[in-house]
Design a protein around this ligand. Structure first.
Ligand code: BG6
Ligand code: MG
Length: 219
């Protein structure tokens, strides 16, 4: 198989596993405890955004001003709740279609990476039992700038020793697609085409994805 495609870079939350629901539950518990209004619509804005930046979005609805120390404490509390929730993650929570696609990439020697804003990325991959599929995991501790900055994807490309033009990114967030494009990569959206309007192509979920379809982006 001759193709320019050398590496597939996966976002984690919403592409490989639905941890977004646990982030939501932990943030909701925190917001409720502070009497701050928070709902699933506001939660959409938290996708792909760092922990502290997520808190800042939630605090937009608060009438109180919080000190940096208080904010630090709040992110710690939220993260402890979140970690308790994901402690129970099992391999059967890997989203449908993911394993088949990873197997086809392995078969053709295409490199794979996880590119996530989460500091728990490696922990989650381990819990899901899919570590061996990935050549590298770039997580929240490896980057300083959140998506839509391309840093997370560029770090992965560098570690894999491939150029951006040889990569395709899988993302469920608009900001993530934007990051891939700014980094000079192809971008596949996973989710709603009305939201992921900046992607090269959008699939409803990973069961619709095949290597054959992805290769068409490189023709
Ligand atoms: C991203 C999620 O993957 O990671 C965000 O989409 C989350 O919602 C971010 O805030 C940071 O995660 P963590 O686990 O480091 O708090
Ligand atoms: Mg995501």
């Amino acid at each position: 198989m001759k193709t320019q495609l050398k590496a597939v870079l996966f976002d984690l939350d919403g592409v490989i596993v639905d941890t977004a629901k646990y982030h939501y539950l932990a943030w909701k518990k925190l917001a409720d405890s502070e009497g701050i209004y928070f709902d699933e619509k506001i939660n959409e804005r938290l996708k792909g955004v760092s922990r502290m930046a997520s808190l800042e979005i939630i605090l937009e609805r608060s009438s109180r001003v919080y000190s940096e120390e208080e904010k630090q404490k709040m992110t710690e509390i939220k993260n402890n709740w979140y970690r308790e929730m994901i402690e129970q993650l099992k391999p059967d929570e890997v989203l449908p279609g993911v394993i088949d696609f990873l197997n086809s990439l392995k078969k053709y020697g295409i490199k794979c990476a996880i590119c996530s804003a989460s500091k728990s990325a490696a922990y989650i991959i381990d819990k899901l039992g899919i570590k061996d599929y990935f050549d590298t995991i770039v997580g929240g501790q490896d980057i300083t700038k959140s998506k839509p900055d391309p840093e997370v994807f560029l770090v992965a490309a560098e570690r894999l020793n491939v150029s951006p033009a040889e990569c395709v990114v899988f993302e469920d967030a608009y900001a993530g697609i934007e990051a891939a494009k700014r980094g000079g990569m192809k971008a596949v959206g996973v989710g709603n085409p009305d939201i992921l309007t900046n992607a090269d192509v959008v699939y409803k979920d990973m069961t619709e994805v095949t290597l054959e379809k992805v290769l068409k982006l490189f023709q």
